[in-house]
Structures are given as structure tokens and as C-alpha cells.
Design a protein around this ligand. Structure first.
Ligand SMILES: [Zn+2]
Length: 198
């Protein structure tokens, strides 16, 4: 089970920190990541404090981040309301960068939900530039959307992922943008229907 693999990746990290901060976007991967980290903390009764940061992007990401963190916080009885960070007036990739820089200033142990792009979507010009960041912990970096979708199915997270928003173009799913294509691929390869419509 992928969760066992995830646990072996994050457990030494969580045990070595007194606090960590998760970058949430209101999207699929960061929602599954936040839930899974809280599950490991809860299962092992770890003392580590988990907080969240979000960068307000123009696709209403702040609203979705609040919904996602409230859902996960309620499940684990944790206060996870996101701190807003980053300058929304910068270009898209620069906003995220400025947000992470701000977050690191507050909590040095930042965790992001960066995955590896699916091979067939990697060369599209609209593909996000994925980077292995040295200072940031990226437990999903060895996985693609195929694995993060599988993890959400294994953990029975349909209710959570139905609240997430992946599309960067519209408030409902556009089925055209890179993020919509990646998410559709992740569900198709798992032979599973996406429970969400955003
Ligand atoms: Zn879209």
C-alpha cells in the first residue's frame, strides 16, 4: 500500500522536527498530503506541530485552501487555518516562490506537495516546472498524480478530494488546462471516477 511507503518517507522527518508548515493550494495533492501527514502524526502520537500556509492565486485558491484545511483540521481536531503568504500581484510562478520564501521566514521546515509530471504531459509548454528544492521537504516528489490519486483512494478520501480545486482557468473544471489534464489522467490510470467537479 502506498500509505506505508509514504509513512516510511515522512516519519523520520516528522520525528526530527518540533514544527512543520505545509503549503496548501486548495488543490488535490496538497489536500491529500496534509491529511496523510496528520494521519501519521495522529497514529504515532507525534508532538510535531503542523501549520499551513497558502498563496492567494487568482483561481480562488484561498477559499479552497480554507475549506480543505477546515475539513482536515476537523478530522484530527487540529487548528490548521492557513496563514496567507506571497504577493498575489506577481506572475504565477513568482507568487508561489514569494509565498514559500515568506513561509520559510516564519517556519523553516516547509513541506510541499510537489509531484513529478506524468511522462506524456512533461513536454507541454504549459507544464509546471517541477524542481527538487534543497531546503523544502517534498515527500511526493518520487510520485506522479497516478500515485497521489491511488493514495487518496486507499485512504478513502473521496469526500476530501471532492472539495479540492485543480483547474487554473475556471471555477468549475475546464478539462483543457494542464492541471485538469493531469488530474483526469491520474484518475483514468487508476480506473476510478473523480468524485469532484472543480
Ligand atoms: Zn482546467
Amino acid at each position: 500500500m502506498l500509505y506505508t511507503e509514504f509513512e516510511s518517507i515522512v516519519l523520520p522527518y516528522l520525528r526530527s522536527k518540533d514544527r512543520v508548515a505545509v503549503m496548501v493550494s486548495g488543490g488535490f495533492d496538497s489536500a491529500v498530503l496534509l491529511y496523510s501527514l496528520c494521519l501519521v502524526k495522529s497514529s504515532y502520537k507525534l508532538a510535531v506541530n503542523i501549520s499551513t500556509f497558502t498563496v492567494p492565486l487568482h483561481n480562488d485558491s484561498e477559499r479552497y485552501s480554507r475549506i480543505v484545511t477546515a475539513w482536515v483540521g476537523n478530522k484530527f481536531n487540529l487548528e490548521l487555518t492557513p496563514t496567507i503568504c506571497g504577493d498575489p500581484d506577481l506572475a504565477h510562478n513568482q507568487v508561489v516562490k514569494s509565498g514559500i520564501a515568506h513561509a520559510i521566514g516564519v517556519c523553516p521546515n516547509i513541506i510541499t506537495a510537489e509531484t513529478t509530471n506524468p511522462p506524456h504531459l512533461t513536454d507541454l509548454s504549459s507544464a509546471p516546472k517541477r524542481t527538487h528544492a534543497l531546503k523544502i521537504f517534498q515527500p511526493f516528489i518520487g510520485w506522479t498524480k497516478k500515485e497521489t490519486v491511488r493514495l487518496s483512494i486507499d485512504l478513502d478520501l473521496d469526500n476530501l478530494v471532492s472539495l479540492t480545486h485543480s483547474c487554473t482557468e475556471k471555477t468549475v473544471r475546464c478539462d483543457q488546462c494542464w492541471q485538469c489534464q493531469e488530474r483526469a489522467w491520474g484518475y483514468a490510470v487508476n480506473l476510478y471516477s473523480d468524485p469532484g467537479s472543480y
